[in-house]
Ligand binder design. Structure first.
Ligand code: MLT
Length: 246
């Protein structure tokens, strides 16, 4: 079950679907407000991680998936993942947390999210691209890999502005999940980009070091967007972990 990041949709996993399908069933989820789950004028002002986690569970109900699955969350999809294990523990047997964090936002970071939420609908996608792109990819990707940058920009432009606002407000109020992470009795793979500016390598090293059954894969030559910036290494890490489980 692959759960995308902010402000993307399930299309961000296009390079992972083929390799993962060779191992097992792949379920792609569009979180509320994004992709095929766009709410067209009915997007709540705040899209909380708990609401999103319940929507993921509803998607599993719809697909009649009763057996526990591997939850793969990218960044915001990982924040939703902590809510998912808190609220729907029996539906998960392993977790892959890609480029994500267990810590809550600092007050300044939460305020920056609310500021973007409050101005994005007037200012448009450029505000989001200017603020996020330099943090989403590594400095080398930003200056030398226009193809990768264009993919990220295209995904951002496909997001509805109301969903961007709602998700930012939701992420701003997400709780700290460090204790939950440390108490989890599940095999966990954490993936982080060597140059990730959002979910930092040192933070993930400290977190996984305290967890009961966690492995950390550091993806070289990648920032936050590991799945695009170093697809080969990311897919290898995903495949090895899932193959060991099954
Ligand atoms: C994401 O990729 O989902 C975002 O970078 C998460 C965030 O803004 O913290």
């Amino acid at each position: 079950m692959l759960v995308h990041g902010f402000p993307f949709h399930s299309g961000m996993w296009s390079e992972q679907i083929g390799p993962l399908r060779k191992i097992g069933r792949v379920i792609l989820v569009d979180l509320l407000g994004f992709g095929a789950s766009a709410m067209n004028g009915a997007t709540p002002a705040t899209l909380t991680m708990d609401q999103q986690a319940d929507a993921v569970a509803a998607a599993l109900d719809y697909l009649k998936v009763r057996e526990p699955a591997t939850y793969v969350g990218f960044s915001m999809g990982g924040y939703v993942g902590w809510s998912f294990v808190r609220r729907h523990r029996a539906r998960v047997d392993s977790l892959i947390m890609c480029n994500t964090r267990a810590l809550a936002d600092t007050p300044d970071a939460a305020q920056a999210r609310r500021d973007m939420a409050n101005s994005v609908e007037g200012k448009g996608h450029k505000l989001v691209i200017d603020a996020l792109l330099p943090r989403l990819v590594s400095p080398r990707t930003l200056s030398q890999r226009p193809d990768v940058c264009a993919r990220v920009v295209d995904l951002i432009e496909e997001a509805q502005l109301a969903a961007i606002a709602g998700a930012q407000r939701g992420m701003a109020e997400r709780p700290d999940s460090t204790q939950l992470a440390c108490e989890l009795d599940l095999p966990v793979l954490a993936i982080v980009g060597e140059h990730d500016a959002i979910s930092k390598r040192e933070e993930l090293e400290a977190l996984t070091g305290r967890m009961r059954d966690a492995t950390l894969a550091v993806i070289p030559d990648a920032g936050h967007m590991t799945v695009f910036e170093n697809t080969t290494a990311t897919n290898r890490a995903l495949g090895e972990f899932i193959n060991e489980l099954r």
